[in-house]
Design a protein. Structure first.
Length: 501
């Protein structure tokens, strides 16, 4: 079987000379600060053991051709120590790590992979080489025959850029000559049924709502940076991004998520935020109960999975908990093809083209679990009718460029980060290896909790990156989020809003 063809980056010689020595963007420089020295880590589970020879041959033909992944990040003394990109020759062996695994003495392969990744978060990649590497773990786990961990410094690109990169190097598992279907979500604009004055009023109202939501969002961001912190809860971190992380992930049914979405007339993102709010509420209720030496009824062993119970609330009232909700600012909110992202003059940009919104989470025990999704829908619609993410992005660029601000208060003032990335719509083969799952995450951020959700075929992967000193039982939090989906689905069935399946 032949490997992938080399990618072609369409640049003229003059453009290449111009790009040589190009400075890092303001956003990329943020990820080199001590409080946010962040790395994106992608877990890729495969249905077969990894053939290292095939893998390395394909990396040479594809990934090494990428300008950013084949460049050093060096200090430019002429620009006051500002970092710049410098093209370099790559020794592939410097980026390939194959640990020796003693299979006979491993009781739990899943725990071995988890521990390996956790130890990886204690390390950084040297700036003497391009800041990425692959780690090959040929060990069978509950979900895969082998696992590959792709680690890359966040200054090189954001989640959308890197997902685009990986998908561009993949092929459909059913047809190894065809590229995967790339999910894209175009912005939709409602058509006005009326005309004339009525149409004018509707447009004016939407404009006023947009201005108001944007104004309120920016005021809240400024207040948060200056003084407005989240409530101190057992899951709020200290703002130290250098602590090691624990990575855990859980698979839920994307079909179940879509069933809830359709039944409640909302979006997949709203459902995922809703079940996350529900799971965090149950998890925190248990944590507060333990602080009071009380056993939470929700955790009783005789409780049936997915069955609603009326637990006593030990949660403080009026908890202020917010997520720094990462928003893709590209023209298309889905994945763009790599060729399109690298083409001259394209609107689909490579790099870190993301903003954020402050997303309030409702932390309380609800009598009706559907209220978690309803709350998420209300907040989600308000945030979508806002330019908060764009102005937050532009504000960061302005402050960095003109004031050289080193540290921003927002991420550490909020409790968690939340990110959602669409994945392939059909099973894919990556470098001739059929993939069973993909789980992107991050470490180096100041929050104690980062939640990533990514779709793959008919599955949704929930990925947690946690400070283990703050959240010592991340698997329990995964259980609570997973069980919340079942509670919400069962509630819809009980109300006759969803057929039992």
């Amino acid at each position: 079987m032949q490997g992938l063809k080399p990618i072609r980056v369409r640049k003229e010689e003059e453009e290449e000379k111009k790009e040589e020595g190009e400075p890092l963007s303001p956003v990329a420089r943020i990820f080199h600060e001590s409080h946010s020295n962040a790395y994106i880590t992608v877990f890729m589970g495969f249905k077969t053991p990894v053939n290292l020879t095939i893998f390395k041959a394909n990396i040479t033909k594809t990934l090494l051709k990428h300008p950013r992944l084949s460049s050093l990040q060096v200090m430019d003394e002429k620009r006051g120590g500002e970092m710049k990109w410098v093209k370099t020759e790559i020794n592939l062996d410097d980026h390939i790590i194959v640990p020796v695994i003693d299979h006979q003495n491993i009781d739990c392969p899943d725990k071995f992979v988890e521990d390996y990744a956790s130890n990886l978060s204690k390390t950084q990649i040297s700036k003497s080489k391009p800041m990425w590497d692959f780690h090959f773990l040929n060990i069978k786990t509950s979900e895969a025959e082998s696992t590959v961990i792709f680690r890359v410094h966040h200054s090189i690109g954001d989640g959308i850029s890197l997902m685009s990169l990986l998908i561009s190097f993949s092929r459909k598992a059913s047809d190894l000559e065809s590229l995967p279907t790339i999910p894209t979500v175009k912005k939709r604009y409602e058509k006005n049924s009326g005309g004339g004055f009525r149409q004018f009023l509707e447009r004016l109202w939407r404009f006023l709502v947009l201005c108001w939501n944007t104004f309120v969002g920016l005021v809240m961001i400024i207040a948060t940076v200056l003084f407005l912190e989240d409530t101190e809860t057992p899951i709020k971190g200290s703002g130290d991004g250098s602590v090691p992380r624990r990575f855990v992930h859980r698979t839920i049914s994307l079909d179940d998520v879509k069933s809830v979405k359709n039944a409640m007339g909302t979006t997949v993102n709203d459902v995922m935020v809703g079940i996350t709010q529900a799971g965090l509420s149950q998890y925190l209720n248990r944590r507060y109960a333990k602080l009071l030496n009380v056993k939470d009824t929700y955790a009783e062993e005789d409780k049936k999975e997915g069955e609603a119970t009326k637990s006593k609330s030990y949660l403080p009232k009026n908890i202020r908990m917010r997520a720094s909700f990462i928003v893709n600012l590209r023209k298309d909110s889905g994945i763009q093809a790599l060729d399109e992202m690298m083409r001259k003059g394209t609107k689909a940009k490579w790099g870190n083209k993301v903003g954020y919104v402050l997303y309030p989470f409702t932390i309380k025990l609800r009598d009706d679990p559907l209220d978690y999704v309803r709350d998420a829908k209300v907040v989600g619609e308000r945030k979508k009718a806002s330019l908060e993410a764009l102005y937050a992005y532009l504000g960061n660029r302005f402050l960095l460029r003109f004031f050289g601000i080193k540290k921003f208060g927002l991420p550490s003032q909020t409790t968690l980060c939340f990110s959602s990335v669409p994945g392939p719509q059909e099973e894919i083969s990556f470098y001739e290896h059929p993939m069973s799952y993909i789980a992107p995450t991050c470490y180096g951020q100041p929050n104690a909790l980062l939640i990533h959700v990514v779709s793959y075929v008919n599955k949704m992967k929930i990925v947690l990156s946690v400070d283990e000193n703050i959240i010592p039982d991340p698997h329990q939090l995964c259980d609570d989020i997973q069980n919340s989906l079942k509670l919400i689905k069962n509630s819809l069935i009980a109300k006759g809003l969803l057929a039992d399946s």
